[in-house]
Design a protein around this ligand. Structure first.
Ligand code: ADP
Ligand code: ADP
Ligand code: ZN
Ligand code: ZN
Length: 784
């Protein structure tokens, strides 16, 4: 009625999730406020990702695709919606997570950030052109277009050449003995040999004894003479004379390399090629016309090779005409510098970046997207970030929020948790012992939740108790190293102790430890325990990787039932025909291709994920069939096999329990394991081996993806290895871990050209007081 003001409609400002059951989630109900920073916490395997990514992000994705691509509905249906009763108040979501996709080799920092496009525009519009030259289109500054690519190397920057040494690795062999390794095998190789023989070349003297001009002709000629070959009698088989065409090894290798559709042949051909910078463009990938255009006296290739921190400075104060464009560029570079990535250059290929670097790069790029009202979902953006840069990360997250977005972050870093407006703690433990929301509310209120593992670490900042550092048994000298940003660096790694290598992102830590090899005196065996997946298909899993499955299959084959049916151990493998389900060929899943989306797996329509055919599943061991055994968690498998007198199985399961993986299922596909889980499986596999002699264990940021409670478990294992006489070297940002090391090597002080030096080396107590070390104040904070 007139006169009464209408109450404005206030939308409910929460994302409300009801009855979430994805993976281990136990019918979770949770309300999360929009437009603030929410951090999801909990031990590894508790269900944080299942909630943030598997439920909330997946549901937002599904709704989005249903609205824009109705034709994809059937496929989406097949993949399945997340198992959740209802979600209300859900905005569109953007994920910045880097899930092991394989970026193409042409993708670079410049393309990921879109900065390359802007720089090209700048060169096109405001570059200094040679007198009389026409202005070029911005395409002409891209090596990925016909207009810009160097005609010699097609925009690759390198050319492939063959040399006598690459084609003939062992010149003491005769041609008949296979001197020309680059030749094809089988009949074709014999054919070429017989042609040379017919042409009068000596195919029975060592290669090096042939005259130089003959060697040159045989390997490099472009001629293709045709001769009548009378094949040498081969194993009593008489062959008819035929017309054979000669092709030099060089020609054969180049032709195979550029024409073949077979990846195997191409890889083989590549072995005989050496790659050198393109002589025409000098490796810059661009045409001469494009390289003639400069800004501040530099070509676009020069600028793309500069660290971003320097690029910003170079662009500032260039021509007035280009002011708008340069201002745009520098303002977009600024957040990248803020996030501690100023040492990267535009031409750096993305496959050489770490997952953390790539995610922060995307984050910096998003700040300029102008999107609002979306949920950004991030997975551990602090991974690989030095504590000195954490504040900057929080500032950037704040800015996304201030622009009117919700920010959901799965994190283990205590400083990020403390900065949250809202905290969702999942737990209390992993797998079936987790999957509940223990707390959803302001951070401080978590203190009142006794069963939360997170609370134990978040509210206890008493310094680590002082401990005695171990004394080294010797020393491993590495270097002098000159590589990437390291210049003539020599490092001494003490043997028989726990060493932490520290320094800001880009300071050179990975480069330095990459120089540790088994050839160095004192190393003995070298084991690198990384976070790379244990397999790339659902065919590998925990049980196959650890060798446990071999024993289990033999146990099934030894049952009376299997023996009556004549089933051997192979029958219980899902990797070979016989016992497996043929529809999915034992994968349990079928791959579904979705337009715009990476391909996904859906459960096999025939076996429903069991992987085996019905006959195989009729055989049971202690009341369980093979699929049911694969479905056991490590923990329940340890009980199931407890009294079976199979030491190999017991050892394997015990070590998996020791590294905190009791919640994983034996058959859990490699594709579903996180990087941290993969790393701990590798560590467990390593631990179950009988160890002889000294081993050096190398771990690059082993705490990535791990909750402080998981870190404790991991450290117990690593220190156990040192106590058993081995050496452990970790690259680490977690100061609690560094404080517990026996020795610290700190690189820096900055990233890129501002780093690459050893700033301090010594026991943690000493490094914590070192002047000029970026790490020192943060280390001091956690030390007693
Ligand atoms: P977090 O993010 O807390 O480390 P996750 O949400 O990744 O935990 O995992 C929770 C549980 O769900 C774990 O037991 C994990 O092994 C299991 N899990 C994760 N992904 C899958 C999957 N694709 N299929 C089946 N189980 C899974
Ligand atoms: P950290 O491990 O301390 O983060 P890195 O050893 O990865 O540092 O990097 C040190 C320097 O070397 C950085 O300037 C980085 O950009 C550069 N760098 C690292 N890997 C490569 C590579 N594959 N190609 C070119 N430069 C690299
Ligand atoms: Zn070239
Ligand atoms: Zn199947």
């Amino acid at each position: 009625s007139p006169g009464t003001p209408r109450t404005p409609h206030v939308p409910d400002s929460y994302v409300r999730v009801r009855d979430a059951r994805e993976h281990n989630l136990q019918g979770v109900d949770v309300d999360i406020p929009r437009d603030v920073l929410t951090v999801f916490t909990g031990v590894s395997g508790s269900g944080k990702s299942s909630l943030a990514f598997g439920t909330i992000y997946a549901e937002a994705q599904r709704r989005y695709f249903e609205s824009v691509a109705p034709y994809a509905r059937r496929l989406i249906h097949q993949v399945g919606a997340p198992k959740v009763g209802e979600i209300t108040g859900l905005p569109p979501a953007v994920s910045l997570q880097q899930r092991r996709s394989t970026p193409t080799s042409r993708s670079s920092v410049g393309t990921v950030t879109n900065l390359s496009n802007s720089l090209r525009m700048l060169f096109s519009r405001a570059g200094d052109y040679p007198p009389g030259a026409e202005h070029l289109d911005s395409d002409a500054f891209s090596p990925n277009t016909a207009a810009g690519a160097c005609p010699e190397c097609h925009g690759l920057g390198r050319v492939h050449r063959t040399t006598e040494a690459s084609l003939v690795p062992d010149p003491s062999l005769s041609i008949r003995e296979g001197a020309i390794a680059a030749w094809p095998g089988a009949w074709q190789g014999k054919n070429l040999r017989d042609i040379l023989d017919t042409l009068g070349y000596d195919v029975d003297v060592p290669w090096r004894e042939l005259p130089a001009e003959q060697r040159k002709w045989i390997l490099f000629t472009d001629e293709q003479p045709v001769v009548t070959v009378h094949p040498i009698r081969d194993a009593d088989r008489i062959q008819r004379p035929y017309q054979g065409t000669y092709m030099s090894a060089h020609r054969y290798v180049m032709k195979t390399f550029s024409d073949t559709k077979s990846p195997t042949l191409r890889t083989k051909a590549e072995r005989f090629l050496t790659s050198t910078p393109c002589p025409v463009c000098g490796g810059s990938k661009l045409r001469a016309e494009s390289l003639a255009v400069t800004i501040a006296g530099r070509t676009i290739a020069d600028l793309a090779a500069l660290p971003l921190s320097e690029l910003a400075g170079t662009l500032n104060g260039t021509s007035e005409a280009a002011r708008v464009l340069t201002e745009d560029l520098t303002s977009r570079i600024a957040p990248i510098l803020e996030l501690g990535l100023g040492y990267l250059s535009l031409d750096r290929a993305t496959p050489t970046l770490s997952a953390g670097e790539l995610q922060r790069l995307r984050l910096a790029t998003q700040l300029r997207s102008g999107l609002f009202g979306v949920v950004y979902v991030l997975d551990e953006p602090s991974a690989g970030l030095h504590p000195a840069d954490t504040k900057a990360l929080l500032t950037v997250l704040d800015r996304l929020k201030a622009a009117g977005n919700s920010v959901f972050v799965v994190e283990h870093h205590l400083d990020v948790m403390r900065a949250a407006d809202w905290l969702v703690d999942v737990g209390p433990l992993a797998g079936e012992h987790g999957g509940r929301v223990l707390h959803s509310g302001p951070v401080a209120e978590l203190a009142a939740v006794p069963e939360s593992a997170t609370a134990r670490f978040l509210f206890d900042d008493s310094p680590a108790p002082a401990r005695e550092v171990r004394s080294p048994r010797g020393e491993l000298k590495v270097g002098p190293v000159t590589r990437h940003n390291l210049r003539d660096v020599t490092a001494e790694f003490p043997l028989g102790v726990f060493t932490a290598v520290t320094g800001v992102s880009g300071s050179g830590k990975s480069t330095l430890i990459g120089e540790i090899t088994e050839e160095l005196p004192g190393v003995g065996r070298l084991v690198s325990v990384d976070q790379k997946p244990i397999g790339r298909t659902p065919r590998s899993n925990l049980a196959t990787y650890t060798g446990l499955f071999d024993v289990v299959r033999k146990m099934f084959a030894a049952t009376d039932e299997a023996r009556q049916r004549g089933y051997g151990a192979g029958r219980f493998s899902f990797n070979v025909a016989g016992g497996r389900c043929e529809t999915c060929q034992g994968e349990g899943f079928v791959s579904v291709e979705l337009l715009f989306l990476p391909s996904t797996y859906a459960p096999c329509p025939d076996c429903g994920g069991a992987r085996y055919n019905p006959e195989t599943l009729q055989v049971t061991y202690r009341g369980r069939n093979i699929a049911q055994v694969l479905d056991l968690t490590v923990e329940s498998a340890a009980e199931f096999f407890a009294d079976t007198d199979t030491p190999a199985v017991t050892r394997s399961l015990t070590t998996l329990l020791d590294v905190g993986l009791g919640y994983l299922h034996l058959g859990q596909p490699a594709t579903e394991l996180s990087g941290g889980e993969a790393q701990r499986i590798k560590l467990a596999t390593e631990l179950q081996r009988a160890r002889r002699g000294h081993t050096l264990y190398l771990l690059d940021e082993p705490t990535t993806g791990l909750h402080p409670a998981d870190v404790e478990v991991l450290l117990r294992q690593l220190h156990g290895l040192v106590d058993a006489g081995h050496t452990v070297v970790v690259v680490e940002h977690d100061m609690a871990v560094v404080a517990g090391a026996d020795w610290v090597i700190d690189l820096g002080p900055g990233g890129g050209d501002e780093g690459g030096r050893i700033v301090a080396a010594g026991p943690p107590g000493e490094v914590a007081r070192a002047a000029g070390s970026t790490t020192a104040p943060f280390l001091a904070r956690v030390m007693a």
